[in-house]
Design a protein around this ligand. Structure first.
Ligand code: GCU
Length: 612
């Protein structure tokens, strides 16, 4: 038997034993949970510098037969003389990456990197009696696995929603360590799929912390103003591991309102309280109330605005009155430093520019944005379109993909359901008009309605044309409360002035939002208005668009594509795009283009959209 065979036999033997053992240590870790208002809980921050090992072949996770490794790079193994296996990684000597943050803008060598990277961080902790601990991850793009002290605590798929892994039994007194493997490889059966028009920023892109809660704690809650009964706040609280006879209580000190309810089956307590003197939240008056939610030994001090939103015919009603949404789209690209946006400052800069432009609405594209952005929208008075990353082409006939989309909806809505600013849950963007797609998104929309019947369901549809007539007849429109439509007259099709002679045929008696329109310009590039890429050309598109938009009878909103230039791998034009989509009204370095002032004038003077 030659060496090779001997080795293969040995390997087979090892594989067999490993297979045996596989069952034990590879047992799936418990699923992470969704926590509403996690950012309102006291937390032990794990942000900062983490050790990082780039592992393009994922050899820290899989052996040469692509089986998960027993001693993968998740044990803080320090090489010892006589060790059976050579230890080929060492976090203490590894390079560092900042958390939160994408890795692409932290190191030139990782700019285009798509693959796994291992993160490690030491922390000290003191367990407390009757206390459970969760590892809160604001977001990890795209797939991620977590171990605490070598014990697998969870794995997750989806790059733009937060999740919480229980680590109560994994932590101990004194020194602890957490290891995360994060892989931003794009997947054909992923959500989003293989193609996007934004940079695939990888890593632990949002805050990471430890959250302590009592043994039975508040997992999710929903508080909103009733659409049917004036001055009634209703909703529910869900407890995790409730004790018998537990009560949930909601108190709004400024309104002198207080109510409590018994926690029943499934940890659910239904809440209803009449309030006097409530001032409703709106873009003009973004009034936020302190709300204390308590149940058992647990409590959360929330900040919530109360408003109603609904559709009546082709009108969108905010607090019972028709509203026109003067908006702009925003990607979670950080102004100036670029990379994933994840700070209050990022949010205030981006939303500040939108407010300054006279907007009362932002479409947060194409994935759920950070809680910092949503808190800022509540504070600053900007209505929000929040979107699930069902973008362009997905495997719509693959039930696993539908389950992933629904899981991301659960996390998006479960985490952000109490933001007054959010009025629209968007199910998708520019998906192909096929039967499988329509069925997929109808199911997704039904799921969203079940999770949250208090908001409007929308999606951004592709439209087709016959001559100069744009036709909105996508069958998906039936499943939506509000129709979003994207068009690029003057950029991807025809000339800016074609908008002047463009008609719109909309086969639905529903409110319509022009969810994307615009064109590209390099900030500072000037020329004749017929020259593409100049600010004058982009401005000309906007001038003609505003006229056309005003001629669409049931237009109830618009969100220009896009507030700020953002990185995209589809934009290589050197000297102009340089891997940025330049449809921003502002450059990534904050330079306002001519078109910004055209839209600002129309929004401030309310010359676009039906007067309220
Ligand atoms: C599409 C898409 C955006 C994209 C934009 C563009 O409509 O929804 O994600 O960035 O067009 O081409 O600039």
């Amino acid at each position: 038997m030659n060496v090779r065979n001997a080795r293969n036999v040995a390997l087979a033997a090892i594989a067999a034993t490993l297979a045996g053992v596989t069952a034990a240590w590879a047992a799936p870790a418990p699923a992470p949970i969704i926590l509403t208002g996690a950012d309102r809980r006291p937390a032990i921050s794990l942000n900062g510098e983490w050790a990082a090992i780039v592992d393009p072949y994922f050899s820290g996770m899989y052996n040469s037969h692509h089986q998960e490794k027993k001693n993968g790079w998740f044990v803080n193994h320090k090489a010892k003389p006589g060790d059976e296996f050579p230890t080929e990684y060492n976090f203490s000597t590894a390079s560092r990456l900042k958390v939160p943050g994408d890795w692409n803008t932290q190191r030139r060598s990782l700019y285009y990197y798509e693959g796994p990277i291992w993160y490690e961080r030491d922390f000290t902790y003191q367990p407390k009696e009757h206390t459970r601990v969760f590892l809160h991850v604001g977001a990890a793009n795209y797939k991620s696995w977590f171990w605490v002290n070598g014990i697998k605590v969870c794995e997750h798929e989806g790059g733009y929603t937060s999740f919480n892994c229980e680590v109560t039994t994994a932590v101990h007194a004194g020194g602890n360590f957490v290891v995360a493997a994060v892989d931003n490889t794009r997947l054909a059966d992923g959500v989003p799929g293989l193609q996007t028009d934004w940079w695939n920023y990888g890593g632990l892109t949002r805050t990471v912390s430890l959250i302590e809660v009592p043994e039975s704690f508040i997992e999710q809650y929903d508080l909103h103003l009733s659409r049917t009964e004036d001055s009634v706040i209703e909703g529910w609280v869900i407890m995790n591991s409730p004790v018998n006879g537990a009560k949930a209580e909601v108190e709004i000190p400024e309104l002198g309102a207080k109510t409590s309810a018994k926690v029943g089956d499934g940890g659910l307590a239904a809440i209803r309280v009449e309030v006097k003197g409530l001032k409703r939240w709106s873009p003009e008056t973004p009034i936020i109330y302190k709300v204390r939610i308590s149940a058992g030994q647990d409590s959360i001090d929330e900040l919530i605005g109360f408003r109603t939103v609904e559709v009546r015919g082709t009108e969108i009603l905010l607090n019972g009155k028709p509203i026109f949404l003067r908006g702009v789209c925003i990607h979670a690209e950080a102004p100036y430093r670029t990379g994933r946006a994840n700070t209050d400052k990022d949010a205030e800069t981006l939303l500040g520019w939108a407010k300054e432009m006279g907007a009362n609405f932002v479409r947060l594209a194409h994935y759920p944005h950070d809680e910092t952005m949503l808190r800022a929208a509540d504070r600053m008075g900007l209505l929000v379109w929040s979107e699930n990353p069902v973008y362009w082409a997905l495997q719509f006939d693959n039930p696993k993909v539908l389950a992933k989309a629904e899981q991301q909806l659960d996390e998006e809505i479960g985490t952000s359901r109490n933001h007054a600013a959010i009025i629209l849950w968007s199910m998708a963007n520019e998906t192909p008009n096929t039967e499988a797609r329509t069925k997929f998104i109808e199911t997704e929309a039904a799921h969203a309605r079940e999770l949250d019947p208090t908001r409007l369901i929308t999606a951004a549809l592709l439209v087709h044309a016959e001559g100069n007539t744009k036709i909105v007849d996508d069958p998906l429109g039936k499943a939506l409360d509000v129709i979003g439509t994207n068009e690029y007259i003057g950029w991807y099709e025809k000339r800016p002035e074609t908008a002047d002679i463009t008609q719109w045929r909309i086969d639905y008696q529903k409110p319509v939002i022009m969810s994307e329109f615009g064109g590209e310009a390099k900030a500072g590039l000037h020329g004749r208005k017929t020259e593409r890429w100049t600010e004058e050309y982009q401005a000309d598109i906007y001038r003609h668009q505003l006229g056309m938009l005003n001629r669409i009878p049931q237009l109830r909103g618009m969100s220009a594509w896009i507030l700020m230039d953002f990185r995209s791998p589809n934009r290589p034009l050197a000297g102009i795009q340089d891997e940025y989509n330049r449809k921003g009204l502002i450059s990534e370095q904050g330079k306002k283009k001519l078109a910004y002032f055209i839209l600002q004038k129309a929004y401030k003077e309310k010359t676009v959209g039906k007067p309220e």
